[in-house]
Design a binder for this molecule. Structure first.
Ligand SMILES: Cc1cc2nc3c(=O)[nH]c(=O)nc-3n(C[C@H](O)[C@H](O)[C@H](O)COP(=O)(O)OP(=O)(O)OC[C@H]3O[C@@H](n4cnc5c(N)ncnc54)[C@H](O)[C@@H]3O)c2cc1C
Length: 343
């Protein structure tokens, strides 16, 4: 009971701070969009302000007496073995940054990047130098195609516009969701309606139209003689039932190909769980979604003393869920070490 009350109060306090910071950042972002001025650090990346709050909360933990040390990047089986030998318990909280790729002809062209590499480089350059060091993938004056209509794709659309791209198109393989709830989707179910997020709103304000094209994917990347991307061939998709498996699939429709000029592609087609080298290094099993496997609502993996929490356990999710999992996991680790827990 005491644990639950503490947890709830801390989370509510954090949520209030995040809401406030998010509102501020969003307001600045929208101003930027209207004026198209030079972005400043807080204006360019909305998520960054939220991360500042999280960073400061880890300082608080240290003040509470927790010994937090940064061991750097763990990249192999020997280090994993040493960590497991040196410590009674290890918690894997290494995220789910393994991106889903697009295997189309010409994938090796210069100018095709994963969304998180693009977003991370921009944020780092922004924090380090207010984008003056040039150490980021610049969308300025480029025709950009973002593959993937989710939240990460939306972040890419917003960031490209703030870089000053020439055009931005966002491809989504699924059909557009309805603007209002369908009869088959009543309250209190989650509303399955078309969401227009800040990136798309900015695209509408700057270019005059929604950047999304639905039921469409990339068939081929075309490059020039130097290997640089110059065009993307798109194809329309339709939903069909696979005769062998009975599963519904999105399949290309022949004759619907189109060529779009494009010098920069950002792949935001989802994530495939945690990276394999890490799960291999610790010998932990993964589930069918390649997230680290545990019993339901538990954090212990198949390897004694090794636990998993956050995105590497649930798949890409939300910061608040990762915080909650971290706390619940700490409780389970305490019980594992002590035989009981007062957390
Ligand atoms: C583009 C994007 C936008 C998002 N926007 C939002 C948002 O607006 N709101 C929201 O709530 N959530 C958002 N999320 C989701 C949110 O970031 C995650 O749910 C959350 O960060 C998960 O926390 P985590 O601690 O499990 O993993 P992460 O935050 O991913 O942290 C994992 C850490 O482990 C480190 N690591 C990985 N491998 C190793 C290794 N081998 N050795 C050492 N360290 C390692 C990584 O560098 C990283 O610091 C977004 C995600 C993405 C990709």
């Amino acid at each position: 009971m005491q644990y639950n009350e503490m947890n709830k109060e801390q989370l509510l306090q954090l949520k209030a701070e995040l809401d406030e910071r998010y509102k501020e950042a969003k307001a600045k972002g929208l101003n930027l969009n209207m004026s198209r001025g030079k972005p400043s650090a807080t204006q360019l990346n909305v998520t960054m302000d939220m991360l500042d709050v999280i960073n400061s909360s880890s300082d608080l933990k240290s003040e509470d007496g927790t010994d937090c040390r940064n061991y750097g990047v763990l990249d192999g089986i020997p280090e994993a073995k040493k960590l497991m030998a040196d410590y009674d318990a290890v918690v894997l909280a290494c995220g789910a940054a393994n991106p889903r790729d697009i295997n189309a002809l010409g994938r090796d062209a210069n100018g095709i990047h994963f969304a998180v590499d693009f977003l991370t480089a921009t944020t780092k350059s922004l924090l380090d130098s207010d984008l003056t060091d040039g150490k980021y993938i610049n969308a300025k004056d480029k025709n950009v195609i973002v593959i993937g209509g989710g939240d990460t794709g939306n972040d890419c659309v917003g960031t490209c516009i703030r870089h000053g791209c020439k055009s931005v198109t966002q491809l989504e393989m699924m059909p557009k969701a309805p603007d209002e709830r369908a009869e088959s989707n009543p309250w209190p179910q989650w509303p399955l309606v078309c969401k227009t997020d800040y990136g798309q709103e900015e695209a509408i304000a700057v270019f005059g139209h929604d950047p999304r094209i639905y039921t469409t994917t990339v068939k081929e990347f075309k490059k020039d003689k130097k290997g640089n991307l110059e065009k993307v061939v798109t194809v329309q998709l339709e939903s069909r039932v696979d005769e062998k498996t009975g599963r519904r699939m999105m399949v290309p429709v022949e004759g619907t190909e189109k060529e779009l000029p494009c010098e920069l592609v950002l792949i935001a087609a989802g994530f495939l769980g945690t990276q394999k080298y890490l799960t291999d290094a610790f010998g932990v099993e993964v589930n069918e979604r390649t997230n680290i496997k545990t019993d339901v609502d538990k954090f212990a993996t198949n390897v004694a003393g090794v636990f998993a929490a956050g995105d590497c356990h649930t798949g890409q999710s939300l910061v608040v869920k990762a915080i909650r999992q971290g706390r619940d996991c700490a409780r389970e680790v305490d019980k594992y070490l002590m035989g009981y827990t007062n957390l």
